[in-house]
Ligand binder design. Structure first.
Ligand code: ADP
Length: 258
């Protein structure tokens, strides 16, 4: 469904050229949950921006259903890391969520019902009339997640979406995303530096090297499809996937040599 082939990205800056991504290739099948992990500065956000159609690769290609991604896709919803800039400050939380639905759902009442439902599902029941400046950063991030999920996208792309919330909320949001993924059969690509999170949520983990990045390893997560925070994390397969990913990040030379 999504194909990234020999993607490379160099940024031209006042100080010269920064090579963020050297050569990344991997595919994502329909309905699959793929996490991308790697050290800070490995080009993970750069990769997601290429997927979101926000910038063009220096070489290589990013394709969706066989066509090059050259701009934002209507089938995609993207949750960016920078929540402070992802909501419209002058709109209420409810309107922030209903805006992308305007062209999809004719009834304003139905759009409003969906917004109310998703605000409740991210733990912000009754806050629809507030504006982003009236809630905390972690709450703003939850609104950004609610907006993406309410859109019911075919492809959900998330860049460190749970970074600014407490541990309990994080676990709840992980489970909400998994539940909605099951319900809607969406394809999900998640960037995270949290290996436990990647293991818990994914079908497959793509491990990137330091910049300029290449794919070090792809790890298939053979855990039962229905996950739960305590049971899944106690399974021996969970520890072995986690160890395999950690090992490839800590000791990339061994993989390159192999
Ligand atoms: P990650 O998300 O893995 O932390 P990024 O994709 O944010 O990595 O960044 C990868 C590299 O590209 C870093 O060296 C970063 O400084 C550089 N970079 C990212 N965005 C830009 C930009 N707009 N202009 C110049 N350099 C950039």
């Amino acid at each position: 469904m999504i194909r990234i082939s020999h993607l490379s990205k160099r940024y031209q800056t006042a100080h010269g050229v920064t090579e963020a991504i050297r050569d990344i290739s991997f595919d994502v099948a329909q309905g699959e949950f793929v996490s991308v992990v790697g050290p800070s500065g490995a080009g993970k956000s750069t990769l997601l921006k290429a997927l979101a159609g926000l910038h063009q690769p220096s070489s290589g290609a990013v394709q969706y259903q066989g066509k090059a991604i050259t701009g934002p896709q209507k089938d995609f919803a993207v949750v960016f890391q920078d929540y402070a800039r992802s909501l419209y400050p002058w709109l209420t939380l409810e309107r922030n969520i209903t805006l992308p639905l305007d062209n999809l759902i004719g009834s304003a009442k139905e759009r409003s019902r969906i917004a109310t439902d998703f605000l409740a599902r991210v733990g912000l029941a009754g806050m629809g009339k507030k504006r982003p400046s009236q809630i905390s950063g972690g709450q703003q991030q939850r609104v950004a997640i609610a907006r993406a999920l309410a859109y019911s996208p075919k492809v959900l792309i998330m860049d460190e979406p749970f970074a600014s919330v407490d541990a309990q909320t994080r676990a709840e949001l992980e489970d909400l995303v998994l539940q909605l993924k099951q319900e809607t059969e969406a394809t999900v690509i998640l960037v995270t530096h949290d290996i436990d999170e990647a293991t818990y949520m994914s079908d497959r983990i793509v491990v990137l090297s330091r910049a300029p990045s290449v794919v070090l390893k792809e790890v298939v997560v053979n855990l039962p499809p229905v996950r739960d925070q305590i049971g899944t994390k106690s399974l021996p397969q969970f520890s072995s996937v986690r160890a395999e990913v950690l090992q490839s990040i800590r000791n990339p030379e061994a993989l390159v040599a192999a």
